[in-house]
Design a protein around this ligand. Structure first.
Ligand code: IMP
Ligand code: MG
Length: 335
């Protein structure tokens, strides 16, 4: 499995970060490369009791031998990136495409200052939309123009294609989720780029024939932050009762919640040509599955849920998240 693409199946916050951190530890990839929009993403994972968050670096950062790449389609906030590199001591293994777009203060000001973006779309206010707009207008600064980033400059597309040519294991990390895609989500309640598997591959510069596996990540229930429709949305009170209240890792906003949506899941599988499925936070809807790492030990209702997803989608649920810790995963890839 040299080239695996991970992609969110709903509205972001499916728990991709934790699944990627697990794969990084387990599969020991030579390269992890981030696609997606930019620092509007927030990936969280817990390892040995300590919680980590990344917004710019790949979530595979937990593996100290994995090379960490950021693709040309990703917007970089230099300060956020430099702080993360320092925090994870990854300056000798982080590489940024010289053509990554740069978010400046003015983009953040426009993102939080425009009522349409703030109140209607409900953006994260991290400047990504205005920066991508400037990129389309051909007036955005690129990473190669920023002296503080000179240490990390690379042609990421070349590096990834070269790694694949040499049969090295590569994890391609998508961010956000399928229904936040600028093209395939519910416009205008979307992010500023295509974040389906094809979009992610375009961000990093590999062609569709280079991909071996596409893992679509669903959470066991659906959450959404910001504006836009959410089918079967629960009241705050009901979501709280079920223990489904979450808060955004970038903005701290309360996430709206709804039950697992099979129709959304099936369409996400088509849009991404997914080959396998991960389901995260199974322990939130079936508390007795908390911390389990063997499928046979799951309670019957939890197994039924997984089997229903498999029956409806026709894909195998290869990875199941059962807790916060990176290793709280049922890994069914070899069975
Ligand atoms: P923007 O990406 O900041 O422009 O925000 C556009 C929409 O996408 C808003 O509804 C955001 O809440 C949502 N969004 C952007 N990034 C993420 C993410 O990483 N997780 C969840 N929602 C996101
Ligand atoms: Mg997130």
């Amino acid at each position: 499995m040299p080239c695996l693409v991970t992609v969110g199946g709903f509205y972001g916050d499916e728990g991709k970060g934790k699944i990627i951190a697990y794969l990084a530890k387990k599969d020991n990839p030579a390269v992890a490369v981030r696609g997606g929009v930019g620092p509007n993403a927030g990936h969280t994972f817990t390892f040995e009791g300590k919680e980590y968050k990344v917004r710019m670096l790949p979530s595979a950062v937990l593996n100290p031998t994995t090379r960490l790449l950021v693709g040309a389609g990703v917007l970089v906030n230099p300060q956020v990136l430099i702080d993360e590199i320092a925090k994870f001591h990854s300056d000798d293994r982080t590489f940024v495409d010289s053509q990554c777009g740069i978010i400046e203060q003015i983009h953040i000001e426009r993102d939080i200052g425009e009522d349409y973006l703030k109140s209607k779309v409900g953006t994260t206010g991290t400047g990504t939309g205005p920066a991508n707009a400037d990129r389309a207008l051909r007036r955005l600064k690129l990473a190669r123009d920023i002296p503080e980033l000179s240490l990390y400059m690379e042609d990421v597309s070349n590096s990834v294609n070269y790694a694949l040519h040499n049969n090295e294991t590569v994890i391609v990390e998508g961010t956000q989720g399928t229904y936040l895609s600028l093209f395939h989500g519910g416009y205008p309640y979307v992010t500023s780029s295509d974040v389906t598997a094809s979009g992610i591959c375009s961000h990093i510069g590999i062609g569709p024939k280079r991909v071996d596996e596409i893992l679509v990540v669903f959470k066991a229930y659906v959450t959404r932050v910001g504006g836009g429709p959410l089918e079967n949305e629960l009241s705050e009170e009901e979501a709280r009762k079920r223990g489904w209240i979450e808060h955004g890792s970038v903005t701290g906003r309360r996430r709206r919640a709804a039950p697992f949506d099979m129709e959304l899941a099936k369409k996400a599988i088509r849009l991404n040509s997914a080959t396998q499925v991960a389901v995260t936070k199974l322990d939130v809807i079936f508390p007795k599955s908390a911390g389990l790492r063997e499928y046979t030990k799951l309670p019957e209702d939890a197994k039924k849920f997984i089997e229903n997803v498999e029956g409806e989608t026709g894909l195998k649920v290869t990875l199941i998240g059962t807790g916060r810790e990176v290793y709280d995963v049922i890994d069914r890839r070899s069975s």
